[in-house]
Design a binder for this molecule. Sequence first.
Ligand SMILES: C[S@@+](CC[C@H](N)C(=O)[O-])C[C@H]1O[C@@H](n2cnc3c(N)ncnc32)[C@H](O)[C@@H]1O
Length: 489
Amino acid sequence: MHPRNPYKSRPPDFKELAIEYPDFRKHCQYITNGKIKFDFQNDEAVRCLTQTLLRKDFGLEVELPAGNLVPRIPQKLNYCLLIEDLLKENCISGDVVAIDIGTGTSCVHALIGARQFGWKFVATDGDEKSVRIAHENVARNGLEQEICVVHVNPNVKTVLMDVMNTLCPDSFTFCMCNPPFFEKDEKFKKFCEEPSYSGGETFSNRMAPSVDDRPAPHSTTFASSAELSVEGGEVGFVNRIIDDSVCLRERIKIYTTMLGRKQSIKPLAQRLQRFGDDVKYVVSPLNQGKTKRWMLAWTFSKNIDLAGNLQSRPVTLQCPAPGLTRLTQHLKALNGIVRSEDVGKIYVEFKSVTWTNLRARRRAEAELLGGNKAKRTKLNACHVSCEANLGCGDGTDSYTNAGNFSSSEFFHSTANNRENSTQCYFPLPSDIVPRPIIRLRIFSEGKSFQDKSPKISEKPEDLLVFELISGSKQHLSQLVQYLKNSINR
Ligand SMILES: C[S@@+](CC[C@H](N)C(=O)[O-])C[C@H]1O[C@@H](n2cnc3c(N)ncnc32)[C@H](O)[C@@H]1O
Protein backbone atom coordinates (compact mmCIF):
# COMPACT_ATOMS: atom_id res chain seq x y z
CA MET A 1 0.00 0.00 0.00
CA HIS A 2 1.09 3.58 -0.59
CA PRO A 3 3.16 4.83 2.38
CA ARG A 4 0.83 7.83 2.88
CA ASN A 5 -2.33 5.71 2.76
CA PRO A 6 -3.76 5.82 6.30
CA TYR A 7 -5.32 2.38 5.79
CA LYS A 8 -1.77 0.97 5.61
CA SER A 9 -1.03 1.42 9.28
CA ARG A 10 -4.66 1.49 10.42
CA PRO A 11 -6.94 -0.83 8.44
CA PRO A 12 -10.69 -0.34 9.00
CA ASP A 13 -11.63 -1.48 12.51
CA PHE A 14 -14.94 -3.31 11.99
CA LYS A 15 -15.75 -3.36 15.68
CA GLU A 16 -15.31 0.40 15.94
CA LEU A 17 -17.41 0.94 12.80
CA ALA A 18 -20.16 -1.31 14.18
CA ILE A 19 -20.30 0.65 17.43
CA GLU A 20 -20.35 4.03 15.69
CA TYR A 21 -22.62 3.32 12.70
CA PRO A 22 -25.93 1.46 13.28
CA ASP A 23 -26.43 0.84 9.51
CA PHE A 24 -23.09 -0.94 9.41
CA ARG A 25 -23.83 -2.83 12.63
CA LYS A 26 -26.76 -4.57 10.89
CA HIS A 27 -24.26 -6.46 8.72
CA CYS A 28 -22.01 -7.55 11.56
CA GLN A 29 -22.28 -10.59 13.73
CA TYR A 30 -20.61 -10.69 17.15
CA ILE A 31 -18.76 -13.93 17.69
CA THR A 32 -16.66 -15.21 20.55
CA ASN A 33 -13.93 -13.06 22.16
CA GLY A 34 -15.79 -9.89 21.17
CA LYS A 35 -14.73 -10.41 17.55
CA ILE A 36 -16.89 -9.41 14.59
CA LYS A 37 -17.84 -11.47 11.56
CA PHE A 38 -18.53 -9.57 8.36
CA ASP A 39 -20.02 -11.24 5.30
CA PHE A 40 -17.99 -10.13 2.28
CA GLN A 41 -20.16 -12.34 0.09
CA ASN A 42 -23.19 -10.16 0.80
CA ASP A 43 -23.45 -7.36 -1.77
CA GLU A 44 -25.50 -5.11 0.51
CA ALA A 45 -22.96 -5.49 3.34
CA VAL A 46 -20.02 -4.66 1.03
CA ARG A 47 -21.88 -1.56 -0.22
CA CYS A 48 -22.54 -0.48 3.35
CA LEU A 49 -18.83 -0.90 4.25
CA THR A 50 -17.78 1.41 1.40
CA GLN A 51 -20.44 3.98 2.29
CA THR A 52 -19.39 3.90 5.95
CA LEU A 53 -15.69 4.42 5.12
CA LEU A 54 -16.54 7.31 2.77
CA ARG A 55 -18.67 8.86 5.53
CA LYS A 56 -16.18 8.32 8.36
CA ASP A 57 -12.87 9.03 6.63
CA PHE A 58 -13.85 11.59 3.95
CA GLY A 59 -17.11 13.10 5.18
CA LEU A 60 -18.81 11.96 1.95
CA GLU A 61 -22.42 10.74 1.64
CA VAL A 62 -22.59 8.46 -1.39
CA GLU A 63 -25.43 6.48 -2.92
CA LEU A 64 -24.27 3.17 -4.35
CA PRO A 65 -27.13 1.52 -6.26
CA ALA A 66 -27.59 -2.22 -6.03
CA GLY A 67 -26.31 -4.01 -9.10
CA ASN A 68 -23.46 -1.57 -9.78
CA LEU A 69 -19.77 -1.79 -8.95
CA VAL A 70 -18.83 -0.99 -5.37
CA PRO A 71 -15.51 0.86 -5.21
CA ARG A 72 -12.86 -0.39 -2.79
CA ILE A 73 -11.77 2.72 -0.91
CA PRO A 74 -8.15 1.87 0.08
CA GLN A 75 -7.46 1.07 -3.59
CA LYS A 76 -9.05 4.31 -4.84
CA LEU A 77 -7.01 6.29 -2.32
CA ASN A 78 -3.82 4.50 -3.41
CA TYR A 79 -4.44 5.56 -7.02
CA CYS A 80 -5.04 9.21 -5.99
CA LEU A 81 -1.88 9.19 -3.84
CA LEU A 82 0.25 7.92 -6.74
CA ILE A 83 -1.10 10.78 -8.87
CA GLU A 84 -0.36 13.19 -6.03
CA ASP A 85 3.25 11.88 -6.04
CA LEU A 86 3.55 12.71 -9.74
CA LEU A 87 2.15 16.20 -9.18
CA LYS A 88 4.48 16.81 -6.23
CA GLU A 89 7.51 15.67 -8.21
CA ASN A 90 6.65 18.23 -10.82
CA CYS A 91 5.86 21.00 -8.31
CA ILE A 92 2.21 21.17 -9.43
CA SER A 93 0.10 22.22 -6.48
CA GLY A 94 -2.67 24.78 -7.07
CA ASP A 95 -5.35 24.83 -9.80
CA VAL A 96 -5.35 21.13 -10.52
CA VAL A 97 -8.12 20.27 -13.00
CA ALA A 98 -8.56 16.64 -14.00
CA ILE A 99 -10.75 14.30 -16.07
CA ASP A 100 -12.11 11.09 -14.56
CA ILE A 101 -12.93 8.84 -17.52
CA GLY A 102 -15.79 6.42 -16.77
CA THR A 103 -16.65 7.80 -13.35
CA GLY A 104 -19.40 5.23 -12.65
CA THR A 105 -22.40 5.72 -10.36
CA SER A 106 -20.16 6.33 -7.35
CA CYS A 107 -18.08 9.11 -8.99
CA VAL A 108 -15.54 7.94 -6.45
CA HIS A 109 -12.26 9.21 -7.96
CA ALA A 110 -13.65 12.71 -8.38
CA LEU A 111 -15.32 12.81 -4.95
CA ILE A 112 -12.17 11.67 -3.11
CA GLY A 113 -9.96 13.82 -5.36
CA ALA A 114 -12.03 16.95 -4.70
CA ARG A 115 -12.60 16.40 -0.97
CA GLN A 116 -9.18 15.07 0.01
CA PHE A 117 -6.80 16.71 -2.47
CA GLY A 118 -8.65 19.88 -3.57
CA TRP A 119 -8.65 18.89 -7.26
CA LYS A 120 -11.39 19.94 -9.71
CA PHE A 121 -12.88 17.41 -12.13
CA VAL A 122 -14.78 16.80 -15.29
CA ALA A 123 -16.17 13.30 -14.70
CA THR A 124 -17.43 11.43 -17.78
CA ASP A 125 -19.43 8.28 -18.35
CA GLY A 126 -21.02 6.60 -21.34
CA ASP A 127 -23.91 5.22 -19.28
CA GLU A 128 -26.87 7.55 -18.66
CA LYS A 129 -27.86 5.98 -15.33
CA SER A 130 -24.29 6.31 -14.03
CA VAL A 131 -24.15 9.96 -15.06
CA ARG A 132 -27.47 10.70 -13.29
CA ILE A 133 -26.48 9.01 -10.03
CA ALA A 134 -22.92 10.40 -10.12
CA HIS A 135 -24.42 13.87 -10.53
CA GLU A 136 -26.72 13.28 -7.54
CA ASN A 137 -23.73 12.13 -5.47
CA VAL A 138 -21.85 15.30 -6.34
CA ALA A 139 -24.84 17.49 -5.41
CA ARG A 140 -25.47 15.56 -2.17
CA ASN A 141 -21.97 16.57 -1.04
CA GLY A 142 -22.20 20.17 -2.25
CA LEU A 143 -19.33 19.66 -4.72
CA GLU A 144 -21.01 21.06 -7.88
CA GLN A 145 -18.41 23.83 -8.12
CA GLU A 146 -15.60 21.25 -8.07
CA ILE A 147 -17.03 18.39 -10.17
CA CYS A 148 -18.93 18.55 -13.46
CA VAL A 149 -20.40 15.20 -14.57
CA VAL A 150 -20.93 14.80 -18.32
CA HIS A 151 -22.44 12.11 -20.50
CA VAL A 152 -20.34 10.97 -23.46
CA ASN A 153 -21.23 8.73 -26.36
CA PRO A 154 -19.67 5.32 -25.56
CA ASN A 155 -19.99 4.21 -29.18
CA VAL A 156 -17.52 6.66 -30.67
CA LYS A 157 -13.99 5.37 -30.90
CA THR A 158 -12.43 8.32 -29.12
CA VAL A 159 -12.72 8.60 -25.35
CA LEU A 160 -11.39 12.09 -24.62
CA MET A 161 -11.75 14.06 -27.85
CA ASP A 162 -15.44 15.03 -27.50
CA VAL A 163 -14.95 16.24 -23.94
CA MET A 164 -11.87 18.20 -24.87
CA ASN A 165 -13.54 19.77 -27.91
CA THR A 166 -16.73 20.85 -26.18
CA LEU A 167 -15.68 21.83 -22.68
CA CYS A 168 -13.85 24.59 -20.94
CA PRO A 169 -11.09 24.50 -19.76
CA ASP A 170 -9.02 23.86 -22.80
CA SER A 171 -6.31 21.97 -20.95
CA PHE A 172 -6.12 19.66 -17.94
CA THR A 173 -3.52 18.69 -15.38
CA PHE A 174 -4.16 14.94 -15.60
CA CYS A 175 -6.73 12.33 -16.49
CA MET A 176 -7.53 9.13 -14.61
CA CYS A 177 -9.54 6.03 -15.43
CA ASN A 178 -10.57 2.63 -14.19
CA PRO A 179 -11.43 0.99 -17.51
CA PRO A 180 -13.88 -1.88 -17.98
CA PHE A 181 -11.84 -5.08 -17.58
CA PHE A 182 -13.16 -7.63 -19.99
CA GLU A 183 -13.71 -8.17 -23.68
CA LYS A 184 -17.40 -8.19 -24.58
CA ASP A 185 -17.91 -11.96 -24.24
CA GLU A 186 -15.10 -12.69 -21.83
CA LYS A 187 -17.13 -11.58 -18.80
CA PHE A 188 -19.22 -14.74 -19.08
CA LYS A 189 -16.15 -16.75 -18.01
CA LYS A 190 -16.14 -15.17 -14.56
CA PHE A 191 -19.57 -13.60 -14.16
CA CYS A 192 -23.15 -14.82 -14.43
CA GLU A 193 -26.20 -12.76 -15.17
CA GLU A 194 -28.18 -12.01 -11.99
CA PRO A 195 -31.85 -12.71 -12.65
CA SER A 196 -32.85 -11.04 -9.37
CA TYR A 197 -31.95 -7.56 -10.62
CA SER A 198 -34.42 -5.73 -12.80
CA GLY A 199 -33.64 -2.79 -15.05
CA GLY A 200 -30.58 -3.55 -17.12
CA GLU A 201 -28.13 -6.41 -17.29
CA THR A 202 -26.49 -7.05 -13.94
CA PHE A 203 -23.77 -9.61 -13.45
CA SER A 204 -22.13 -11.13 -10.39
CA ASN A 205 -19.26 -13.49 -9.68
CA ARG A 206 -21.29 -15.38 -7.02
CA MET A 207 -22.01 -18.43 -9.13
CA ALA A 208 -19.38 -17.90 -11.75
CA PRO A 209 -17.83 -20.93 -13.40
CA SER A 210 -14.52 -21.79 -11.75
CA VAL A 211 -11.51 -20.66 -13.81
CA ASP A 212 -8.27 -22.67 -13.64
CA ASP A 213 -9.35 -24.17 -10.29
CA ARG A 214 -8.73 -20.82 -8.62
CA PRO A 215 -10.26 -20.29 -5.18
CA ALA A 216 -13.59 -18.46 -5.06
CA PRO A 217 -13.29 -14.67 -4.86
CA HIS A 218 -12.88 -13.19 -1.38
CA SER A 219 -15.87 -10.89 -1.86
CA THR A 220 -18.78 -10.84 -4.26
CA THR A 221 -18.79 -8.30 -7.06
CA PHE A 222 -21.95 -7.07 -8.72
CA ALA A 223 -21.63 -4.92 -11.82
CA SER A 224 -23.47 -3.72 -14.90
CA SER A 225 -22.45 -4.90 -18.33
CA ALA A 226 -20.96 -1.45 -19.18
CA GLU A 227 -18.82 -1.52 -16.03
CA LEU A 228 -17.46 -4.97 -16.76
CA SER A 229 -16.77 -5.10 -20.45
CA VAL A 230 -15.94 -3.11 -23.52
CA GLU A 231 -14.79 -3.95 -27.03
CA GLY A 232 -11.12 -4.90 -26.79
CA GLY A 233 -11.17 -5.19 -22.98
CA GLU A 234 -8.98 -2.89 -20.92
CA VAL A 235 -6.18 -2.96 -23.51
CA GLY A 236 -8.63 -1.85 -26.19
CA PHE A 237 -10.05 0.91 -24.00
CA VAL A 238 -6.65 2.26 -22.92
CA ASN A 239 -5.42 2.09 -26.53
CA ARG A 240 -8.26 4.47 -27.36
CA ILE A 241 -7.04 6.87 -24.65
CA ILE A 242 -3.47 6.54 -25.99
CA ASP A 243 -4.71 7.28 -29.53
CA ASP A 244 -6.51 10.39 -28.24
CA SER A 245 -3.44 11.46 -26.30
CA VAL A 246 -1.36 11.43 -29.49
CA CYS A 247 -3.68 14.15 -30.86
CA LEU A 248 -4.18 16.03 -27.59
CA ARG A 249 -0.55 15.80 -26.48
CA GLU A 250 0.21 18.48 -23.87
CA ARG A 251 -3.41 19.62 -23.51
CA ILE A 252 -3.44 17.01 -20.75
CA LYS A 253 -0.15 17.16 -18.87
CA ILE A 254 -0.22 13.63 -17.43
CA TYR A 255 -2.37 10.76 -18.74
CA THR A 256 -3.00 8.00 -16.20
CA THR A 257 -5.06 4.84 -16.04
CA MET A 258 -5.45 2.00 -13.63
CA LEU A 259 -4.83 -1.49 -15.02
CA GLY A 260 -6.40 -4.61 -13.56
CA ARG A 261 -4.31 -7.17 -15.42
CA LYS A 262 -0.56 -7.54 -15.47
CA GLN A 263 -0.65 -8.86 -19.02
CA SER A 264 -2.11 -5.54 -20.22
CA ILE A 265 1.10 -3.68 -19.34
CA LYS A 266 3.23 -5.09 -22.15
CA PRO A 267 1.01 -4.31 -25.16
CA LEU A 268 0.25 -0.84 -23.82
CA ALA A 269 3.92 -0.09 -23.10
CA GLN A 270 4.80 -1.31 -26.60
CA ARG A 271 2.21 1.01 -28.07
CA LEU A 272 3.63 3.97 -26.15
CA GLN A 273 7.16 3.04 -27.20
CA ARG A 274 6.11 3.59 -30.81
CA PHE A 275 6.16 7.32 -30.12
CA GLY A 276 9.83 7.13 -29.16
CA ASP A 277 11.32 10.22 -27.58
CA ASP A 278 8.01 12.10 -27.72
CA VAL A 279 6.52 10.15 -24.86
CA LYS A 280 7.66 9.18 -21.38
CA TYR A 281 5.77 6.56 -19.40
CA VAL A 282 5.91 4.81 -16.06
CA VAL A 283 4.16 1.78 -14.55
CA SER A 284 3.69 1.78 -10.78
CA PRO A 285 2.19 -1.09 -8.77
CA LEU A 286 -0.90 -0.45 -6.67
CA ASN A 287 -0.93 -3.05 -3.93
CA GLN A 288 -3.79 -3.33 -1.51
CA GLY A 289 -4.61 -6.50 0.36
CA LYS A 290 -4.88 -9.45 -1.98
CA THR A 291 -5.73 -7.37 -5.04
CA LYS A 292 -3.01 -6.15 -7.35
CA ARG A 293 -3.49 -3.28 -9.74
CA TRP A 294 -1.12 -1.06 -11.71
CA MET A 295 -1.08 2.59 -12.68
CA LEU A 296 0.18 3.45 -16.15
CA ALA A 297 1.09 7.12 -16.55
CA TRP A 298 2.47 8.85 -19.63
CA THR A 299 3.19 12.36 -20.84
CA PHE A 300 4.09 14.22 -23.99
CA SER A 301 5.34 17.19 -22.01
CA LYS A 302 9.09 17.76 -21.94
CA ASN A 303 8.67 19.58 -18.61
CA ILE A 304 7.03 16.68 -16.82
CA ASP A 305 9.29 14.21 -15.09
CA LEU A 306 7.93 10.72 -14.51
CA ALA A 307 11.39 9.24 -13.96
CA GLY A 308 11.45 9.94 -10.24
CA ASN A 309 8.81 7.27 -9.85
CA LEU A 310 10.74 4.83 -11.98
CA GLN A 311 13.92 5.23 -10.06
CA SER A 312 12.78 4.83 -6.52
CA ARG A 313 15.93 2.72 -6.05
CA PRO A 314 18.90 3.66 -8.26
CA VAL A 315 20.33 0.68 -10.12
CA THR A 316 24.10 0.56 -9.71
CA LEU A 317 26.95 -1.69 -10.71
CA GLN A 318 30.55 -1.90 -9.55
CA CYS A 319 32.86 -2.40 -12.47
CA PRO A 320 36.68 -2.65 -12.63
CA ALA A 321 38.10 0.68 -13.76
CA PRO A 322 37.89 2.23 -16.26
CA GLY A 323 34.26 1.25 -15.73
CA LEU A 324 32.55 2.96 -18.66
CA THR A 325 35.13 1.76 -21.19
CA ARG A 326 34.80 -1.85 -20.05
CA LEU A 327 31.04 -1.65 -19.88
CA THR A 328 30.81 -0.17 -23.37
CA GLN A 329 32.47 -3.32 -24.81
CA HIS A 330 29.88 -5.53 -23.11
CA LEU A 331 26.99 -3.31 -24.22
CA LYS A 332 28.18 -3.32 -27.84
CA ALA A 333 28.52 -7.12 -27.75
CA LEU A 334 24.81 -7.18 -26.87
CA ASN A 335 24.02 -5.02 -29.94
CA GLY A 336 23.53 -1.92 -27.80
CA ILE A 337 23.91 1.41 -29.58
CA VAL A 338 26.26 3.43 -27.38
CA ARG A 339 26.89 7.18 -27.57
CA SER A 340 29.22 9.17 -25.38
CA GLU A 341 27.30 12.14 -23.92
CA ASP A 342 29.72 13.83 -21.58
CA VAL A 343 32.82 12.99 -19.58
CA GLY A 344 31.86 9.93 -17.52
CA LYS A 345 28.40 9.63 -19.09
CA ILE A 346 27.06 7.43 -21.92
CA TYR A 347 23.68 6.97 -23.61
CA VAL A 348 22.65 3.43 -24.64
CA GLU A 349 19.66 2.03 -26.49
CA PHE A 350 18.59 -1.46 -27.47
CA LYS A 351 16.16 -2.37 -30.24
CA SER A 352 15.61 -5.84 -28.80
CA VAL A 353 16.28 -7.79 -25.63
CA THR A 354 19.55 -9.57 -26.27
CA TRP A 355 20.56 -10.43 -22.70
CA THR A 356 18.04 -13.15 -21.80
CA ASN A 357 17.71 -16.81 -22.85
CA LEU A 358 21.17 -16.66 -24.37
CA ARG A 359 21.86 -20.38 -24.03
CA ALA A 360 18.57 -21.33 -25.68
CA ARG A 361 19.22 -18.84 -28.47
CA ARG A 362 22.70 -20.23 -29.11
CA ARG A 363 21.35 -23.80 -29.15
CA ALA A 364 18.57 -22.91 -31.59
CA GLU A 365 21.02 -21.04 -33.80
CA ALA A 366 23.44 -23.99 -33.84
CA GLU A 367 20.62 -26.36 -34.77
CA LEU A 368 19.38 -24.17 -37.55
CA LEU A 369 22.74 -23.24 -39.03
CA GLY A 370 24.17 -26.57 -39.97
CA GLY A 371 24.30 -28.21 -36.56
CA ASN A 372 22.35 -31.41 -36.18
CA LYS A 373 21.75 -32.60 -39.75
CA ALA A 374 19.71 -35.63 -38.70
CA LYS A 375 17.30 -33.54 -36.77
CA ARG A 376 16.90 -31.07 -39.58
CA THR A 377 16.21 -33.87 -42.06
CA LYS A 378 13.63 -35.28 -39.72
CA LEU A 379 12.04 -31.90 -39.40
CA ASN A 380 12.08 -31.44 -43.16
CA ALA A 381 10.39 -34.77 -43.66
CA CYS A 382 7.15 -33.74 -41.91
CA HIS A 383 4.57 -32.05 -43.99
CA VAL A 384 3.64 -29.10 -41.88
CA SER A 385 2.49 -25.69 -42.76
CA CYS A 386 1.71 -22.61 -40.82
CA GLU A 387 -0.96 -20.09 -41.54
CA ALA A 388 -0.83 -16.68 -39.94
CA ASN A 389 -3.73 -14.30 -40.29
CA LEU A 390 -2.75 -10.70 -40.01
CA GLY A 391 -4.92 -7.76 -39.04
CA CYS A 392 -6.85 -6.30 -41.93
CA GLY A 393 -4.88 -3.05 -41.69
CA ASP A 394 -7.94 -0.82 -41.77
CA GLY A 395 -6.73 1.10 -38.74
CA THR A 396 -9.15 -0.52 -36.30
CA ASP A 397 -6.66 -3.05 -34.98
CA SER A 398 -5.76 -0.94 -31.99
CA TYR A 399 -9.32 -1.12 -30.74
CA THR A 400 -9.27 -4.84 -30.15
CA ASN A 401 -7.01 -7.27 -28.38
CA ALA A 402 -6.14 -8.78 -31.72
CA GLY A 403 -3.33 -6.41 -32.57
CA ASN A 404 -1.54 -7.27 -35.76
CA PHE A 405 -1.37 -10.98 -35.40
CA SER A 406 -4.74 -12.54 -34.89
CA SER A 407 -4.12 -16.27 -35.16
CA SER A 408 -1.57 -18.84 -36.05
CA GLU A 409 -2.66 -22.36 -36.94
CA PHE A 410 -0.48 -25.36 -37.29
CA PHE A 411 -1.39 -28.13 -39.70
CA HIS A 412 0.11 -31.56 -39.56
CA SER A 413 -0.30 -34.17 -42.25
CA THR A 414 -0.13 -37.21 -39.97
CA ALA A 415 -2.52 -38.13 -37.22
CA ASN A 416 0.05 -38.44 -34.42
CA ASN A 417 -0.05 -35.28 -32.38
CA ARG A 418 3.07 -33.43 -31.44
CA GLU A 419 3.73 -30.33 -29.57
CA ASN A 420 4.73 -27.61 -31.93
CA SER A 421 5.68 -24.05 -31.48
CA THR A 422 5.60 -21.57 -34.28
CA GLN A 423 7.63 -18.44 -34.41
CA CYS A 424 6.86 -15.93 -37.06
CA TYR A 425 9.17 -13.20 -38.17
CA PHE A 426 7.81 -10.37 -40.25
CA PRO A 427 10.59 -8.21 -41.60
CA LEU A 428 9.85 -4.52 -41.36
CA PRO A 429 9.89 -2.48 -44.54
CA SER A 430 13.34 -0.99 -44.85
CA ASP A 431 12.09 2.56 -44.35
CA ILE A 432 10.72 1.75 -40.87
CA VAL A 433 13.33 1.93 -38.15
CA PRO A 434 12.27 -0.10 -35.09
CA ARG A 435 11.86 1.92 -31.92
CA PRO A 436 14.27 1.19 -29.07
CA ILE A 437 12.86 -1.17 -26.47
CA ILE A 438 14.91 0.38 -23.69
CA ARG A 439 16.94 3.59 -23.41
CA LEU A 440 19.44 4.30 -20.65
CA ARG A 441 21.92 6.81 -19.40
CA ILE A 442 24.88 5.38 -17.50
CA PHE A 443 27.25 7.55 -15.56
CA SER A 444 30.24 6.96 -13.38
CA GLU A 445 29.94 8.03 -9.77
CA GLY A 446 33.73 7.85 -9.46
CA LYS A 447 36.02 5.39 -7.79
CA SER A 448 34.99 3.10 -5.00
CA PHE A 449 36.51 0.06 -3.32
CA GLN A 450 34.64 -3.01 -2.33
CA ASP A 451 36.63 -3.11 0.88
CA LYS A 452 36.29 -0.02 3.09
CA SER A 453 40.03 -0.06 3.89
CA PRO A 454 41.58 -1.11 0.58
CA LYS A 455 45.04 -2.56 0.32
CA ILE A 456 47.42 -0.93 -2.14
CA SER A 457 47.39 -3.95 -4.45
CA GLU A 458 43.62 -3.94 -4.83
CA LYS A 459 42.32 -2.79 -8.20
CA PRO A 460 39.98 0.21 -8.08
CA GLU A 461 36.40 -0.13 -9.24
CA ASP A 462 34.04 2.44 -10.69
CA LEU A 463 30.52 2.76 -9.37
CA LEU A 464 28.19 3.03 -12.36
CA VAL A 465 24.63 4.35 -12.04
CA PHE A 466 21.97 3.26 -14.56
CA GLU A 467 19.23 5.79 -15.28
CA LEU A 468 16.19 4.47 -17.15
CA ILE A 469 14.98 6.96 -19.77
CA SER A 470 12.26 4.69 -21.19
CA GLY A 471 11.43 1.00 -21.13
CA SER A 472 10.69 -1.48 -18.41
CA LYS A 473 12.37 -1.70 -15.02
CA GLN A 474 12.38 -5.48 -15.37
CA HIS A 475 14.46 -5.29 -18.56
CA LEU A 476 16.86 -2.92 -16.81
CA SER A 477 17.39 -5.18 -13.80
CA GLN A 478 17.86 -8.23 -16.07
CA LEU A 479 20.42 -6.31 -18.13
CA VAL A 480 22.35 -5.16 -15.06
CA GLN A 481 22.34 -8.70 -13.67
CA TYR A 482 23.66 -10.02 -16.99
CA LEU A 483 26.40 -7.36 -17.04
CA LYS A 484 27.34 -8.17 -13.44
CA ASN A 485 27.76 -11.84 -14.33
CA SER A 486 29.74 -11.24 -17.49
CA ILE A 487 32.04 -8.63 -15.93
CA ASN A 488 32.86 -10.91 -13.01
CA ARG A 489 33.35 -13.99 -15.18
C1 LIG B 1 -14.94 -0.24 -14.28
S1 LIG B 1 -16.13 1.02 -14.31
C2 LIG B 1 -15.32 2.22 -13.28
C3 LIG B 1 -16.25 2.97 -12.37
C4 LIG B 1 -15.52 3.88 -11.34
N1 LIG B 1 -14.66 4.83 -11.98
C5 LIG B 1 -14.71 3.05 -10.36
O1 LIG B 1 -13.49 3.06 -10.45
O2 LIG B 1 -15.30 2.37 -9.53
C6 LIG B 1 -15.92 1.63 -15.94
C7 LIG B 1 -16.86 2.76 -16.29
O3 LIG B 1 -16.53 3.24 -17.62
C8 LIG B 1 -17.75 3.61 -18.26
N2 LIG B 1 -17.49 3.68 -19.72
C9 LIG B 1 -17.49 2.69 -20.64
N3 LIG B 1 -17.20 3.19 -21.85
C10 LIG B 1 -16.99 4.53 -21.69
C11 LIG B 1 -16.64 5.61 -22.58
N4 LIG B 1 -16.43 5.41 -23.88
N5 LIG B 1 -16.50 6.85 -22.06
C12 LIG B 1 -16.69 7.06 -20.74
N6 LIG B 1 -17.03 6.08 -19.86
C13 LIG B 1 -17.18 4.85 -20.34
C14 LIG B 1 -18.73 2.55 -17.82
O4 LIG B 1 -20.07 2.98 -17.99
C15 LIG B 1 -18.33 2.38 -16.35
O5 LIG B 1 -19.08 3.23 -15.53
